[in-house]
Ligand binder design. Structure first.
Ligand SMILES: *Cc1c(COP(=O)(O)O)cnc(C)c1O
Length: 397
């Protein structure tokens, strides 16, 4: 600067970056905007003639780096050129994707045991803008095909596998084949698996969404989501919707995901190993009526899971053979496991769906989906499994 400035102005001015060498770790770009070298650069960036950041709601180096890494993980080994958009939460990833793909009069075909927030989004929000929903059993491929044949307004088949909290699986490849035949988009919520366990894009699915809040971050200190796709035609539409609805992720949450991702492979292996051993232990316990874990050979969805999952993950649920008040007593006796309404953290988390996540779901509807008063959901952590088992054992005594 050639101009001599006063001391109070010096306080205000941003100082030049002192960086001389490349940082080893991804820096946290806590900046809402980016500086243009001159007026022409500003014009070129805004018109898209030149690649560059301008305003963090449109993109930010921290956020974009993590989004690309997640897209590369989902597309790993498929040869697809995937892109990713980080969003402010898993719910915003779902809503932005649906708003991008659908318009008034279009229908979403889905399952009845979706993540509760997704069901509510469809019934309470998207219904207001004329987007319809049909709930069906997505493992009944004849029914799925009949729906697509009879209702040409079905533009998206949206599903989760394994589903919460009963671990019911849906055959991804079968759904993607039917959807392609009828020109409908497909999206899988892959939150429970992460790309290390299941890669829907490799099975013909168009979009994958995640609540990165769960396993991808893994440490319970960030809320965010991601939309991953590979259709270039739709990429710009999703980006436009995201930037205009303002549901972009912030740099801090993205940075925390980046930290978590480094140990994702180690964590997922340990989650799955612990979950398998705990499922086997629970199955032998006299007070346990039923264990839902895809790794167990007698689980009704074991075969589908084996086909499309590399391991069986860290989520399970089980029914305690006691009346509701005694089930709650067992949970209150837990000392090592934590009761919290999230999943995918490094420590073991327990949830009683009927008195928490499914409190507002109609009793007959939840029971039809296997969510009984006796059901307990467990997000098995990466601790020493002996400590988890000892805690369960003393609480069940
Ligand atoms: C938590 C969760 C969501 C919602 O994600 P948020 O980050 O809480 O918005 C969506 N789908 C599944 C399967 C989840 O577990």
């Amino acid at each position: 600067m050639s101009q001599k400035i006063k001391i109070d102005s010096l306080c205000v001015k941003e100082y030049p970056d002192q960086r001389t060498t490349k940082p080893h770790q991804l820096p946290l770009y806590a900046t809402s905007s980016f500086v243009f070298e001159d007026a022409e650069e500003g014009i070129d960036i805004f018109t898209g003639k030149k690649q560059g950041h301008s305003y963090s709601r449109y993109g930010n180096p921290t956020i974009d780096t993590v989004a690309q890494k997640l897209a590369d993980l989902e597309a790993f080994g498929t040869g697809l050129n995937a892109y990713g958009f980080l969003t402010s939460s898993g719910m915003s990833a779902i809503s932005i994707l649906m708003i991008s793909l659908l318009k008034q009069g279009d229908t979403v075909l889905t399952q009845s045991d979706l993540y509760g927030g997704t069901t509510e989004l469809l019934l309470k929000v998207l219904s207001n803008v004329g987007i319809k929903v049909i709930f069906t059993d997505l493992n009944n491929t004849d029914a799925v095909e009949q729906h697509c044949l009879n209702d040409r307004s079905i533009k998206l088949i949206y599903f989760e596998t394994p589903a919460n909290p009963t671990m019911k699986c849906i055959d991804i490849h079968s759904i993607s084949k039917i959807a392609k035949k009828y020109g409908a988009f497909t999206c899988v919520d892959n939150t429970f698996c992460t790309p290390l366990i299941q890669q829907p894009l490799s099975l013909g699915i168009d979009f994958v969404i995640h609540s990165t809040t769960k396993y991808l971050n893994g440490h319970g200190n960030s809320i965010a989501g991601i939309i991953i796709g590979h259709e270039e035609k739709i990429k710009h539409k999703i980006w436009t919707t995201l930037k205009l609805m303002g549901a972009t992720c912030n740099a801090w949450d993205a940075w925390l995901i980046n930290n978590g991702l480094k140990t994702l492979s180690l964590r997922m292996a340990k989650h799955a190993e612990n979950a398998m051993n705990i499922a086997i232990w629970l199955q032998k316990h006299p007070k346990i009526k039923r264990v839902n874990y895809n790794g167990l050979e007698d689980h009704p969805y074991h075969e589908i899971a084996k086909k499309q999952m590399k391991s069986f993950g860290g989520m399970l649920s089980f029914e305690i053979d006691l009346p509701l008040n005694e089930v709650l007593n067992v949970l209150n006796k837990l000392q090592f496991c934590t009761m919290a309404p999230t999943l995918g953290d490094v420590d073991t988390l327990i949830l009683h769906p009927v008195t928490s996540s499914h409190l507002n779901v109609d009793k007959s509807q939840r029971e039809a989906n296997g969510i009984t008063d006796q059901l307990v959901r467990m997000s098995v952590g990466i601790e020493n499994q002996d400590d988890i088992i000892a805690d369960l054992s003393q609480a069940l005594q």
